[in-house]
Design a protein around this ligand. Structure first.
Ligand code: MUC
Ligand code: MN
Length: 390
């Protein structure tokens, strides 16, 4: 029996400004879900989004409000006997809200794994790999700083695959920035993420220059609403094109895979609507001949561990992952940090998520953040996220 569900907003500063086409992040707000059962088990889940409402249609505040107002009363009343039954119940009664569903499913699977003494990866299909390679995103906004950062990462055996965030500057400036980095790091794989910023015409020009410069992968160059443009670009260019924002729930991913709108899918557990949904997307993509990349919504360690369990089950992970979220944050919320080594992350092996959350720290941070919110209104919070982009 579920005894309680607590939803906590935990803002954590980033180690440097993280610049995307749609926003500039200086902190990440983790939405943590803490579920306790009558027989003494506890599970943790996490949802994150990027820059308030600037990236997706759920914000940390909407996720918390919707869980507290709609999910929790339903789950406490119906007391579903398993994570699968809980997700079935939520999907019948609650539309959308994929990020919130992901956080709840993670916490319930954490409990189920602990109860059965199995890692989540074994509950959701079975892991086929214990270690995943992890890319780093260079997004300081400055070419020399990015090159320096990348060289340090390589020297420290931290990362050798890099993703560059572009799309907010004129195309030729962005291309010059990317090609300078590619030339400085000839042995590293370089991906660019345009975060939907280009029109199809701009994408034709930008991708052609990037392809000639040896860039390895192009992520979501055009609007997620323009699937046919994505498909045309995929057909036109040799350089692989990756779909990100457009890959949402399994049904929508099914259509994208069937129509081969992209060469690669970036799968994110939040965007998919949960861990099992993300597994389903991975399996479908694989069957349709679409390659896979383990994406991040810049989750903290809880969401990152959950993602690692999912990606460990994929039959193939040709383009590796970008599960670097915890490394972008100035504070950890785990008693022991995740095990990053040799350019990758070891998938936790313990029961459930296989991590131990420092609950005193997390409740303390959430309390501090709530106190700050009562002194500056939540509207200010939203306008801050907006003003950073302009
Ligand atoms: O991929 C995105 O669009 C979002 C996110 C993932 C890595 C990063 O730097 O931003
Ligand atoms: Mn992306």
């Amino acid at each position: 029996m579920i005894r309680s569900i607590n939803t906590l907003l935990v803002p954590i500063p980033t180690i440097r400004a993280h610049k995307l086409a749609c926003t500039v992040m200086n902190e990440q707000v983790l939405v943590l879900v803490h579920i306790q059962t009558e027989d003494g088990y506890e599970g943790w889940g996490e949802a994150t989004t990027i820059g308030g409402l600037s990236y997706a249609d759920e914000s940390p505040h909407s996720i918390k409000t919707n869980i507290d107002t709609y999910f929790t009363p339903l789950l406490l009343k119906e007391q579903p006997a398993s994570a699968a039954k809980a997700m079935q119940l939520l999907n019948i009664h609650i539309n959308g809200n994929r990020f919130a569903k992901c956080a709840i499913e993670t916490a319930l699977l954490d409990i189920e794994g602990k109860r059965l003494n199995l890692p989540i990866s074994e509950l959701i299909g079975g892991r086929v790999r214990d270690r995943i390679e992890v890319a780093w995103t260079l997004a300081s906004g400055n070419t020399a700083t990015d090159i320096n950062e990348a060289k340090q990462m390589v020297a420290q055996n931290r990362h050798r695959i890099f993703k560059l965030k572009i799309g907010s500057r004129p195309i030729l400036d962005d291309v010059a920035h990317v090609l300078a980095i590619k030339q400085a790091l000839p042995n590293c794989r370089i991906t660019v993420d345009v975060n939907q910023a280009w029109t199809e015409l701009e994408a034709m020009k930008g991708i052609s220059l990037l392809q000639n410069g040896g860039v390895d992968l192009i992520e979501q160059p055009v609007s997620m609403r323009n699937k046919s443009a994505l498909k045309r670009l995929t057909e036109h260019f040799d350089v692989p094109i990756m779909a990100d924002e457009v890959v949402q729930d399994p049904q929508n991913a099914f259509q994208l895979a069937a129509d081969h709108c992209a060469d690669v899918f970036a799968v994110k557990i939040n965007q998919a609507g949960g861990l099992k949904a993300a597994c389903l997307i991975g399996q479908m993509a694989h069957l349709a001949g679409v390659e896979l990349y383990g994406g991040t919504m810049l989750e903290g360690p809880i969401g990152t561990a959950a993602s690692a369990h999912v990606f460990s089950t994929y039959p193939s992970l040709r383009f590796d992952t970008e599960l670097f979220g915890p490394l972008l944050l100035t504070e950890d919320v785990l008693a022991q940090p995740l095990d990053y080594q040799d350019f990758g992350l070891n998938v936790p092996t313990g029961a459930g998520l296989g991590i131990e959350v420092d609950s005193d720290k997390v409740y303390h941070y959430a309390k501090q953040a709530a106190a700050m919110l009562t002194t500056s209104s939540s509207l200010d919070y939203a306008s801050n996220a907006y003003s950073e982009t302009v």
